[in-house]
Design a protein around this ligand. Structure first.
Ligand code: DSN
Length: 415
């Protein structure tokens, strides 16, 4: 209950309240979403919003920043410790802004970046022609190995030696396997160029010790803070000390104005949460859950890109089930299972349609679901797709979804 919004703005409150009900009563399998703690929410909705603090701790362009300095310093020190980084900038507003600042710090417009394309598991900000990255920099791409659907470092090395990029980027938003930081670091350093990683999807797995750390292999690392890391919407840039000044200048004044101090405080809370022993258990459970989901989906005849997962994420090729990604997303939403359609490598469909869906376990793991629940959810997904034209079966499945949600209440402290 938000009593003040409720009484002042019932129209807005009604939509906010319905969204909470939707989150409570659906199985959230969007790989990039999670449920923040009430502590993180408290910091986000606080009076820190009121302050302007362009600059960095101890070097601000406005007065009255003595407490904001303490808050930002806490966030910086925690981020450095969590990821074993020499430097942290906690001001980026979002992942794409973090990548923009990182490119600005490392390159001049027009210089060359080696990356992977969006349909192969990359991200818009990794060189898509409709994004600033593809407009301002010259991107060259390596692809996944066609057989294994995994990254082949020997092929990456070949492309790198041929193309001579000025920066090598290791980052993905739909790659279910371990990120090859060590191999990318070696290739970049052989060419004497920096290696950058975008770990937005797996930051919580790194913090929880179930995925290798990009340091010391990579020089600059960007991540959002709201996916597996379970913090507020936002991002950070971590780097080796020798890039620190360039990164800070590229964030402010290079690409952002005043930092969002309430969000920096919320990041600090989330980093402290991620340092607790319980977060290690959480990260382990995310991966166990994803593996259980993957195994049961394969038993049901779904084809998984790369044949499984090492992370929180499963990329499903729906072609053996004769349904597109868009159709599957819509039909699963009807039974309150939330997923997103996603291109698969070599997808014959357009991005609006796709042949795949991407599933992830971070949000449901936060709600306390375990491997047996994931197997049950895989059964429900299969049943939904098989019986997609049978409304009676679909409404029965929806009831089963609601039963499972009730067993794992979301935000019981919010009435
Ligand atoms: N929207 C995020 C994702 O779903 O992966 C990336 O920006």
């Amino acid at each position: 209950m938000l009593p003040n919004i409720h009484s002042f703005d019932p129209e807005l409150y009604s939509a906010m309240s319905s969204e909470l009900d939707r989150q409570r009563n659906s199985l959230e399998l969007i790989a990039s979403e999670n449920f923040i703690s009430i502590r993180v929410m408290e910091a986000m909705g606080s009076w820190l919003n009121n302050k302007y603090s362009e600059g960095y701790p101890g070097r601000r362009y406005y007065g009255g920043n003595q407490y904001i300095d303490m808050i930002e310093t806490l966030a910086i020190e925690r981020a450095k410790k969590l990821f074993n980084a020499e430097h942290a900038n906690v001001q980026p507003h979002a992942g794409t802004q973090a990548n923009m600042a990182a490119y600005m710090a490392l390159l001049k417009p027009g210089q060359k970046i080696l990356s992977i394309e969006l349909p192969q598991g990359g991200h818009l900000s990794h060189g898509s022609p409709v994004n600033f990255s593809g407009m301002l920099y010259s991107f060259v791409f390596y692809g996944l190995d066609k057989e294994t659907e995994r990254i082949d470092p020997d092929n990456v090395r070949k492309v790198a030696e041929r193309e001579k990029p000025d920066l090598i980027l290791c980052g993905y938003s739909a790659y279910p396997r371990q990120f090859p930081f060590e191999e990318f670091g070696e290739i970049a350093h052989e060419l004497d160029v920096p290696c950058m990683a975008d770990v937005a999807h797996i930051a919580g797995l790194i913090a929880g010790g179930v995925h290798p750390n990009p340091f010391p292999h990579c020089d600059v690392v960007t991540t959002t803070t709201h996916k597996t890391l379970r913090g507020p919407k936002g991002a950070i840039i971590l780097s080796k000390e020798r890039y620190a000044q360039r990164i800070d200048k590229a964030v402010f004044p290079g690409s952002q104005g005043g930092p969002f101090d309430q969000m920096i405080a919320a990041k600090a809370v989330a980093f402290k949460e991620a340092m607790q022993p319980s977060f290690k258990e959480y990260a382990k459970q995310i991966v166990k859950n994803a593996k259980a989901l993957a195994a049961r989906l394969m038993e049901h005849g779904f084809r998984l890109v790369s044949g499984g997962t090492d992370t929180h994420l499963v990329l499903v090729d729906l072609r053996p089930k004769h349904i597109t990604g868009r159709e599957a997303e819509i039909i699963l939403e009807k039974v309150d299972i939330s997923v997103n359609r996603n291109m698969i490598p070599g997808d014959p469909q357009k991005p609006w349609i796709t042949s795949g869906i991407r599933l992830g376990t971070p949000a449901l793991t936060t709600r306390g679901l375990k491997e047996n629940d994931m197997e049950y959810i895989a059964d429900l997904i299969n049943k939904t797709i098989i019986h997609r034209d049978d409304n009676k079966t679909l409404s029965h499945i929806k009831e089963e979804v609601h039963e499972l949600c009730k067993l794992h209440p979301l935000y019981p402290e919010i009435r």
